[in-house]
Design a protein around this ligand. Structure first.
Ligand code: PLP
Length: 500
């Protein structure tokens, strides 16, 4: 299996190269050049496997230049009970016979990004060996919260790698900040940037694009790479849990083999839902993919109208990991559904960067609407959903997952579709404790309380244990205090890499 760029101006590369490079040099994203199909018989066989077994079967279809032994080793190191707090890795929680929640937050940082970032470092270090890379790989991350911590946990102490995370000084939740500044590991650095997420992100992009700086790093035997969701190595592990969720419902007798279901996915950068699309293309019986957005509703508008228009106010919401106006991974979907038309993808992406908008052709739009449905939930609807689901089922949702359930309600009201549905739950409610406590306990219960008291209140209200990674954060030593400006980020990278 080779990978080609969505912009069509670069040669085809192996999976190892695609993972090591992250993004294609022509600005495009790497996509598989062939379809992978799974037969109903294969599906039946996979139903008997545990999460690791399913992961190996799926990864080996895409990572054909990795041996099965290598894949098995990566999978075993990533998906085990030392790293995840349940042997099921991604368990289902039933709300109704026809409505289940897929809990993707049982990993070390309590967000779904662990499912990919626990395995990406292992794939990446093996990819480096395969491609003859001799330099130390330096992962640069700009984060609005969840990616940074998940990447730190994934890469900490991984030989041959260093990781530097930049986060906006005022732009992450208190829990997210504490998670990062107390990070342990002999190859990690965390730096606050004065400014917002865009400042941090622009700073990192500038460093990636600075040829002279990259050459200086090469001379010192360092090479930069990316751990964000444009990397194919982050996307392919996410396909696994869509299969595992479907097959779990079959095993439990909730659905018959071959019966169609819907998935609802709270969406920001379009990475998680794109993995569901690949699962569907592989033959998983999925009817509809429901793309749930928050008040930053670019995607909902796009799926309805075929016009992508980012020229609108960026809204800070209580589901911050979905506060995004440019959904990078949508480019992969556009490539596939336009019939692999790299020329048109280039044109749309050029319009997006030049004028902030583009309109796709009717045929491509029609194909998108056949598979996807989308709407959004604002903050008050999200809060109301956390409250009503808690009242009705005694189940706590984090704000991102609540956006998903709210949009699911809008979907059934609009279509009357009663197909069995799985909602992807992307974070633990404890990670967004203030918003969740406000929703179920009221404003008065939250006022003047510190983060750790809120964790205890939520635990008492839900009978759930506080995740290990969050519970003792106030007792951990602060290890990372560096603050920098957007202009000084290069200097930070230099001084971090020259120490140790
Ligand atoms: C990253 C994230 C999302 C958005 O996922 P995408 O793959 O970017 O669409 C949703 N919820 C949470 C909690 C996240 O951390």
């Amino acid at each position: 299996m080779l990978y080609k760029s969505t912009r069509g101006l670069y040669r085809e590369v192996s999976a190892a190269e695609a993972i090591k490079m992250g993004i294609a040099p022509d600005g495009g994203l790497f996509v598989p050049s062939e379809e992978v199909r799974v037969s109903p018989d294969q599906l039946k066989e996979w139903a008997g496997l545990d999460y690791r077994g399913k992961a190996v079967r799926i990864l080996k279809e895409y990572l054909t230049d990795f041996t099965v032994e290598e894949i098995t080793e990566c999978v075993s190191l990533a998906y085990n009970t030392g790293r995840f707090d349940t042997p099921e890795i991604a368990p289902l929680h039933k709300l109704e016979d026809s409505l289940h929640v897929l809990e993707l937050w049982h990993g070390p940082t309590s967000a779904f990004k662990d499912l990919a970032l626990q395995i990406l470092p292992r794939l990446l270090t093996r990819a480096a060996v395969k491609t003859g890379e001799e330099a130390t790989i330096v992962i640069l991350v700009a984060t609005s919260g969840d990616t940074g911590k998940a990447a730190l946990e994934g890469f900490k102490n991984v030989p041959g790698t260093r990781i530097i995370v930049f986060y906006p000084e005022q732009g992450v939740s208190e829990m997210q900040k504490l998670q990062m500044i107390t990070q342990e590991g002999n190859n990690v650095a965390v730096v606050a940037v004065r400014g917002n997420f865009d400042d941090a992100q622009t700073g990192v992009k500038d460093i990636f694009g600075d040829k002279l700086f990259n050459r200086e790093l090469q001379d010192k035997k360092f090479t930069l790479s990316s751990a964000n969701s444009i990397n194919w190595g982050r996307l392919v592990p996410q396909i696994v849990y869509y299969f595992s969720a479907y097959l779990d419902l079959v095993s439990q007798g909730v659905i018959n083999p071959g019966e169609g279901i819907n998935f609802v996915v709270p969406t920001g950068n379009f990475g998680n839902i794109l993995a569901a699309y690949y699962a569907r293309e592989m033959g998983l019986p999925v009817k509809r993919l429901i793309c749930a957005a928050n008040a930053n509703n670019v995607l909902a508008d796009f799926i309805r109208t075929g016009i992508y228009d980012r020229r609108r106010l960026f809204q800070k919401t209580i589901s911050p990991s979905m506060d995004i106006l440019i959904s990078s991974n949508l480019e992969r979907l556009l490539y596939h559904l336009s019939g692999d038309d790299a020329g048109r993808v280039r044109e749309w992406m050029t319009n997006l960067s030049r004028i902030g908008a583009y309109r796709i052709d009717e045929t491509t739009h029609k194909r998108i609407k056949e598979i996807f449905w989308s709407d959004f939930a604002d903050d008050s609807e999200t809060t109301a959903t956390i409250r009503s689901v808690y009242k009705r089922y005694g189940y706590l949702l984090d704000p991102h997952t609540a956006v998903g359930l709210c949009v699911y309600d809008k979907y059934t009201a609009a279509t009357g579709d009663a197909t069995g549905t799985i909602v992807a739950s992307t974070a633990s409610p404890f990670k967004f404790n203030a918003s969740v406590a406000r929703a179920i306990l009221g404003e008065d219960a939250v006022r003047d309380k510190d983060e750790f008291k809120l964790l205890e209140d939520l635990s008492a209200a839900s009978n759930l244990e506080i995740p290990a990674g969050l519970k003792d954060l106030n007792k951990k030593q602060v290890r990372h205090r560096e603050v920098t400006s957007k202009e000084q980020m290069r200097k930070s990278v230099q001084s971090i890499l020259s120490s140790q």
